[in-house]
Ligand binder design. Sequence first.
Ligand SMILES: *Cc1c(COP(=O)(O)O)cnc(C)c1O
Length: 426
Amino acid sequence: MTNKNEILFARAQKTTPGGVNSPVRAFRSVGGTPRFITRAEGAYFWDAEDQRYIDYIGSWGPAIVGHAHPDVVKAVQEAAARGLSFGAPTEGEVLMAEEICNIVPGVEQIRLVSSGTEATMSALRLARGATKRDKIIKFEGCYHGHADALLVKAGSGLLTFGNPTSAGVPEDFSKHTLVLDYNNSQQLEDVFQSIGDQIACIIVEPVAGNMNLIRATPEFLQTMRRLCTKHGSVLIFDEVMCGFRVGLQGAQALYGIQADLVCMGKVIGGGLPVAAFGGRADLMAHMAPLGGVYQAGTLSGNPVAVAAGMTTLKIIQQPGFYEQLTAQTRKLADGLTAVGQQAGFDFCADAVGGMFGLYFAAQIPDSYAAMMATDKGKFNRFFHLMLDAGVYLAPSAFEAGFVSIAHDDAIIDTTIAAAKQAFSTL
Ligand SMILES: *Cc1c(COP(=O)(O)O)cnc(C)c1O
């Protein structure tokens, strides 16, 4: 064995389960050897063999301004030189909270945490604490991090509470989680009709990015807003992925719907571990030390991470940033759709802001079931042809892709040309 990626992967598997610290990195879905990344700049990263790739995962979202942006790197270096962590409040956290409250509709107060999982887990606890109710609603195919109550798949039939999707989650923990179909408003109506007064919250990805990309219909989100208001349930938008990605103000602004709580992550850390949850001040007042809902974190609001996040937030607010990001991502989606269809495949693509989905299907899927029916085998072969051509797509047919502001016309054109070649081989 001489390939450095293979050597590293073999070594990694001796000391780390599956050789990776987060499962999708292992390439299990597409097969083959994961690339071990040594460095990244702009729209590119390089693996252990010094092979360069156009990167379309962008660390799964955070790298929106491009990798190793000089302003972000400088801010991190300066913050690091002042000390890595204090366990006491800093001005940086105040500025970051003010910045996010200014940008994100309806967010009056916010708490910083270190991962999206912490953000959703804490928002859920807050919703339950504030409503004094236990039951929650989530939708099949939405991912909200790996907290016990959220690793739940649909039970059979409406009003059947879910089964754990992970070993190690007691059924007692998942029995309060009701799993419904994404984009199915009637199911929501039916459930609220029968047990609306027991529902603490709905948690939803308003633009779903963890079952590939699926847009919520406006009606679906409007229905949940109306039902939550009527029944005193908390509406939680999990914008860990789509926040600051589908547009500066996230899915709330895109759909003109305000949630009660919003979870954020990925982009707001700019590549370092920052996530957050926030929303209505009367709800946030239930958080310790003010209220009875406990939540804490040794590294929450870490000064180095906040420096990276804050600098990223400044860059994305520069005039024209989202217009350009959206245009480039649309150009990519339309270009890929064109070459795929010209080659005779049932293939299409969609883009919202700076995220996109690729589907081996005749039509853009609008439900979990439709997504599961797409041609995974074709995607896997396409993935490897693109990888060999130096284009790194998400290593799964059921993950979204991400474009950064550093993906210029030449890079998008190169990608589409590579795809044209891949489709002709496929
Ligand atoms: C990534 C993600 C999470 C989990 O965030 P981590 O930082 O990986 O814990 C939660 N919700 C959504 C929608 C995500 O995309």
